[in-house]
Design a protein around this ligand. Structure first.
Ligand code: SF4
Length: 325
């Protein structure tokens, strides 16, 4: 390994939205220039909360298509599906033997999940951080990009690695945390994080008409009731989006809003136009990739084959260290 190796995974949530793009995908694309990246669709993790699995396959393909269209490059990175490399479940079992139960039960994320889905508190939910540790260590990743709020999760992986290595001797790579800005993108309601389940999102592949329809529903400054009222851009989600998608106009829009030179309808139209222009190359590339429905699965199969080479090596080293016959 000459460059460091990054691992990151995301659940198969189907077509991606601009919150996914700003919060993760654009970062995935940028990291490819500096690191050898391993990007995984973590379908097994999705099972901890899913009851309905009918759409897993479709959602996996849709998400991977968006990743590819956005610039995640299978020539540079390993892009694959978690369950296509079954060694991860083997390492998960092994790591679970060195993970104290108390650590898992005390994790705030576990308590939160129990609160959210009290009728489905399954073992996988408890063991989720161990599977995550298996994901990272199986591929010998030395760097994991995380937002500040996710750092404790990675610390947990580092503790499992240290425990394993102390017990059996240095085997697994202890990943370092790469603190990365993951902007929290609010949804069209301006109240909740952008999410498909809340239907407050704009898909990356949305048509210009759909983008305009959705942008026009965005909540603005609630105190600006009349066109002549000065606005407060600092409390307006439309303005935050201008920061992302209209960087050259943002100063002008701020002044025009504060002095009531511009109305919210006009302001939203500008945003919709800029957003549609910015996403146009993505839409075209996606449509081109989608023309061959097998292509995405070929990319994922190739990624799994390359991931398996590393996974086999790690599992062999782990077994030897432990003394498994
Ligand atoms: S003019 Fe634009 S920035 Fe100002 S409140 Fe209206 S939508 Fe928000």
């Amino acid at each position: 390994m000459t460059k460091g190796r990054v691992f990151s995974g995301a659940r198969p949530t189907g077509r991606q939205h601009i919150g996914n793009y700003l919060g993760a995908i654009q970062n995935y694309v940028a990291l490819q220039e500096e690191y050898e990246c391993v990007y995984c669709v973590v379908d097994l993790h999705a099972l901890t909360t899913l009851t309905d699995t009918d759409k897993l396959k479709e959602n996996t393909a849709e998400m991977a298509l968006d990743w590819l269209a956005a610039g995640m490059d299978p020539q540079k990175s390993i892009i694959f599906v978690q369950s296509h490399v079954p060694q991860v479940t083997e390492l998960h079992t092994i790591l679970s033997m060195v993970t104290p139960m108390g650590w898992l039960i005390r994790l705030p994320t576990f308590k939160e999940k129990v609160r959210i889905q009290p009728d489905n508190v399954n073992y996988g939910l408890l063991g989720y951080p161990v599977l995550m540790a298996a994901d990272i260590t199986l591929y010998k990743a030395d760097t994991v990009p995380v937002g500040e709020d996710q750092a404790p999760h990675l610390e947990f992986t580092r503790e499992i690695v240290r425990r394993f290595n102390n017990h059996f001797g240095p085997t697994l790579v202890e990943p370092r945390i790469k603190l990365t800005p993951f902007p929290r993108v609010m949804g069209l309601d301006g109240v909740n994080k952008m999410s498909k389940s809340l239907d407050n999102h704009i898909e990356l592949a949305a048509s210009p008409e759909e983008i305009e329809r959705r942008v026009m529903t965005m909540v603005t400054d609630p105190q600006r009731r009349y066109r002549t009222d000065p606005g407060r851009p600092e409390v307006c989600n439309v303005f935050t989006f201008h920061g992302f998608f209209s960087p050259e106009q943002v100063d002008e829009i701020e002044t025009q809003c504060r002095t009531a030179q511009i109305g919210c309808v006009e302001c939203k139209r500008t945003l919709a136009r800029n957003l549609a222009d910015r996403l146009a190359p993505f839409r075209e590339r996606r449509a081109e990739l989608a023309r061959d429905p097998d292509l995405v699965w070929q990319v994922l199969a190739d990624g799994a084959a390359r991931a398996t080479v590393i996974a086999r090596e790690t599992i062999a080293e782990v077994k030897e260290r432990i003394g498994l016959p």
